[in-house]
Design a protein. Structure first.
Length: 471
């Protein structure tokens, strides 16, 4: 499956000029890069505003360079170098999400209007991240082009965040679940406690979640990396304006096609996987930022060994001590750093995915029909895990709690690994999800139609601009 369609156009002077402004963090950057490929395939001129080097990890910088080196049709530009104040100094930024967000927003406020004016060809629309919604509202009169947001999480989580200012007002009643119009109630237990902590010092809420949630109504539309059949109730309600009447139009255009799949290179782990029977290998990856405790890592490793299924386990670069080293043997391939995840997920030998439910990973598994054992750790993970469970893509043991809340023992994990790999009905349901993901991008599929909706809007904008200049 590819998200580019048979109606691909060629760039002309009338083509819309899309400017993409991703936020730092691999989970935020990835959908923007994938979107860049789709817009370019549709004949748009695409400019990527590269995140400031001091705001991104080495791996993100590497991904951006690799991406641009293999996509010559996508332009890239950077904001003027900025001297960030000491609070936002480079060493802090890699560790503090809030400081990253603050730095990003100061860039928008100080530089975005003049940056857009200086582009060789005027921009038709800007696509940015939720993290800058409030700043975009502040500068909207100076930039005078439509701004869209790219939602990097599930529709379920997006609805909860959009409704968060309301939920906060009900927190004193101590509810066990929250009613949100048009969607099934959201259990309090799946919302991270920090999102509901109304203390003045909680900057996650006061600087990030609330101001941006309140500005959602001011953007021209939301592009969602999900597809209607995957989150039917939530997406339908959002599109019908049932969740909040003030929300802008929603365009569910997922699952976005990983460009990485078109450029799979040979790696040791692909030849290791090649020797294994079909659907026999468990793939474990808790994302680029989550690190399990040493005790939990040992329990999981023992569970995998006892289950008898070979496993491939990718650890973030920063994690694990010398006692848990990179290795390759019959039972497992353990590596540290970066693996081509979309390539591994699509490999025929891989039969199950143990993951914390960051949204890109979930959408990638949905596309492959690969069952997930959801093990949420923090942030939006539990809301996404709910989608995984309800759609039939995987299993989620709610009792395991948030990351680090309790030590899940090896026998309990082993039983779930066996279920993940052995339950035929689970595999069939996951395959059905993949079929629906494919259909969303075929013929009159919902994601393809949503993309055309956005493109039509952009072409209209372009036309209006031209008419305006002719007057
Ligand atoms: N990823 C990868 N190799 C890795 C780890 C992650 O290719 O070793 C990719 C993964 O396929 C996904 C993105 O990086 O596209 C991570 O986004 P996600 O939202 O799943 O998790 P996060 O990194 O934000 O925790």
């Amino acid at each position: 499956m590819s998200n580019s369609t048979s109606q691909d156009h060629h760039i002309s002077s009338e083509s819309p000029h899309i400017v993409l402004f991703p936020s730092p963090g691999m989970g935020h950057l990835t959908p923007f890069l994938r979107l860049a490929v789709i817009f370019a395939s549709q004949g748009c001129l695409v400019t990527l505003i590269k995140p400031q080097p001091s705001l991104v990890s080495d791996e993100e910088s590497k991904q951006i360079s690799n991406f641009l080196n293999s996509h010559y049709n996508i332009n890239s530009l950077e904001f003027h170098p900025t001297i960030l104040n000491s609070e936002n100094s480079i060493s802090n930024l890699h560790y503090s999400f809030i400081n990253q967000v603050k730095a990003l927003n100061s860039l928008i406020l100080c530089q975005l209007p003049s940056f857009l004016l200086s582009l060789p060809k005027p921009a038709t629309a800007l696509f940015a991240d939720f993290a800058v919604a409030a700043s975009l509202e502040t500068v909207s009169s100076d930039i005078s082009i439509p701004c869209f947001l790219v939602c990097t999480t599930s529709a379920r989580c997006y609805s909860t965040v959009a409704y968060l200012p309301e939920l906060i007002s009900k927190i004193s009643k101590n509810p066990s679940e929250f009613e949100i119009p048009g969607i099934s109630p959201v259990p309090r237990s799946i919302i991270p406690p920090s999102w509901l902590d109304i203390s003045y010092s909680n900057e996650l809420l006061t600087t990030y979640l609330i101001p941006n949630a309140l500005s959602l109504s001011k953007v021209s539309g939301i592009l969602l990396n999900s597809f209607t059949s995957f989150e039917k109730e939530t997406i339908t309600s959002l599109m019908e304006g049932k969740v909040l009447t003030s929300l802008p139009p929603m365009y569910p255009i997922g699952p976005l096609h990983p460009y990485e799949l078109d450029q799979i290179q040979e790696h040791d782990y692909f030849s290791w996987l090649g020797d294994k029977p079909a659907e026999s290998v468990v793939y474990v990856n808790f994302g680029s930022r989550t690190v399990l405790s040493d005790e939990q890592t040992i329990e999981l490793e023992q569970a995998l060994k006892r289950s008898g299924f070979p496993f491939i386990w990718v650890f973030p670069k920063s994690s694990f001590d010398d006692s848990f080293v990179e290795r390759k043997d019959v039972e497992g391939f353990v590596l540290k750093g970066w693996a081509n995840q979309p390539g591994i997920l699509s490999h025929p030998s891989v039969g199950g995915f143990i993951n914390q439910c960051e949204w890109n990973s979930v959408t990638e598994a949905s596309k492959e029909g690969l069952p997930i054992l959801a093990w949420p750790q923090h942030g939006d993970h539990k809301m996404n895990a709910e989608v995984v469970k309800n759609s039939g893509l995987g299993i989620w043991v709610e009792d395991w709690g948030w990351g680090g809340e309790k030590l899940v023992k090896r026998n309990e994990i082993e039983a779930r690994v066996r279920e993940l790999m052995g339950d035929k009905s689970l595999r069939a349901k996951a395959k059905k999800v993949a079929k629906e993901a494919k259909e969303a991008w075929e013929g009159n599929g919902s994601s393809k139609q949503a993309l055309y909706g956005v493109l039509e809007l952009l072409i209209q904008q372009q036309q209006q601009k031209k008419n305006h200049h002719l007057k």
